[in-house]
Design a protein around this ligand. Sequence first.
Ligand SMILES: N[C@@H](CCC(=O)N[C@@H](CS)C(=O)NCC(=O)O)C(=O)O
Length: 216
Amino acid sequence: MIVYGSSMSPYVRKVLAFGAEKGIELEVRPIGLGSDDPEFRQASPFGKIPAFRDGDFTISDSSAIVAYLEAIRRDPALIPVEAKARALTIWYDEFADTIIGACGTKIFFNRIVAPRFLKREGDLAAADRAECEELPPLLDYLERMIPESGFLVEDRLTLADVAVASPFANFRHLGLGWDLSRHGKVKAYVDSILARPSFKHWVEREAAFLARASAP
Ligand SMILES: N[C@@H](CCC(=O)N[C@@H](CS)C(=O)NCC(=O)O)C(=O)O
C-alpha cells in the first residue's frame, strides 16, 4: 500500500502513525506540494496530500484513508464501535484536521514551508496572530478535556490521539514554547503520544531533514 506525500504534513503523519499502530506496512512515495505526477493526481484529484493506493483502489484525505485501514485490519481497533466513543473519536479527528490544522498551517507554512522550501516570504504577521490568538484557546480546550489516563477516548489509544497529537510535531519543529502553568497537561499528553514508535520514527526523520535544509 502506498501513501503519497511527506510526513512533514500533519495529515500524512497521521496516516503513517495510524498504519504503524495497526502493524500495516505503508510505502511512502514522496510528493511535493502542487505536484502534477499523474499517478498521484489519479489518487488525489485536487492535489492534496496524503493520497493512498492499494492496488487499483485509490483515495485521498487522511480521514478517508484511516477509515479504509481500519476496515481492512480490525485489530487493534483504533476507531471505537460504541456509539458515543465513536462519535467522540470522529469529533477529535475533525477538531485536529480542521481547527488545529487551520491554525497550525498558518504558523508552519509561513515560518517554514514558504521561506525554506518555496523560496518566498511567508506571511509572518499571520503566523504570529495564529500562534498568539488562535492557538491558546485550542490548548485551553485540550487541557480541560484530556483524561487522567492520558488518552482522549476509552482510556486507550484511538484515532483521536493519533489525529490530535500529529500537528503538535509541527509545533515542535517550529520550537514553539509552552506555558506549563496553563497547558502542562497538554504538553505531557502530546509528549507521550509523540514518543510512541509510530510517531517517533517520523518526527526524528523530519527534524533531521529540517536541520539539513537550514544548514548553510
Ligand atoms: N483534510 C485533508 C487535508 C489535506 C491537506 O490540506 N494537505 C495539505 C498539506 S498539509 C495540502 O495538500 N496542501 C496543498 C494544497 O492545498 O494544494 C486531509 O485530512 O487529508
